[in-house]
Design a protein around this ligand. Structure first.
Ligand code: SF4
Length: 196
């Protein structure tokens, strides 16, 4: 099974509890104003990767204890992401945090999204609303909700913890990992415009 991936990060502390590997999928049906990842909104071929290969890649760091799925829109590729976490969990008891622009009520009863929801420990749902970005927690704006779908990860302050972001340099490209403080996001956008 293949997944259309925009980006990956093998180890980060900016996207949930502990050390996590992150996958950003390509393609999102929403166009939230102020989206941090506009390049990943178009539904176009990016990196098509085999699930088993990607699981191995994301488990390369032996200290990774969970995955975070974001995008793009993870619920646009739910079957492949569910297969990815199941394949990885056969090798390690990972936790899973997943972002989605849908509200959970829109996902319930749909076979594909339900398949992925069965694997998710914490779902962060809802569109990003720039005017409601309150600079707190791992959700981008205050309208987004934290759903604890299992008993795991309950001690982490998803809603109101301090924000962190990491800048990863890859050759002549830079990747921002995490949900950045507003000032950092603004500086990031300004730098991007200056360089483009
Ligand atoms: S749902 Fe997320 S990825 Fe999609 S446009 Fe909104 S902020 Fe961007």
């Amino acid at each position: 099974m293949m997944l259309n991936v925009a980006e990956t990060c093998g180890a980060t502390r900016a996207l949930g509890p502990g050390l996590r590997a992150a996958v950003w999928v390509q393609g999102c049906p929403f166009r939230c104003r102020g989206c941090l990842a506009p390049d990943w909104i178009p539904d176009r071929p990016a990196r098509h990767v085999d699930i088993a290969d990607l699981a191995g890649e994301l488990l390369a760091d032996p200290d990774v204890e969970g995955f975070t799925f974001s995008g793009g829109e993870p619920m646009a590729q739910p079957g492949a992401l569910a297969a990815l976490i199941r394949a990885a969990r056969r090798r390690r008891p990972l936790s899973l945090v997943c972002f989605t622009g849908h509200r959970i009520e829109e996902l319930r009863g749909r076979p594909g999204p339900e398949e992925l929801l069965r694997e998710v420990d914490v779902l962060i749902d809802g569109r990003y609303v720039d005017a409601r970005n309150d600079d707190r927690g791992l959700r981008g704006s205050a309208n987004q909700r934290i759903h604890h779908l299992t008993g795991r990860l309950r001690d982490f302050p998803f809603d109101d913890g301090p924000r962190t972001a990491e800048i990863r340099l890859r050759g002549d490209e830079a990747l921002m990992v995490g949900v950045p403080p507003k000032a950092v996001a603004a500086a990031w956008h300004a730098l991007g415009e200056e360089l483009s």
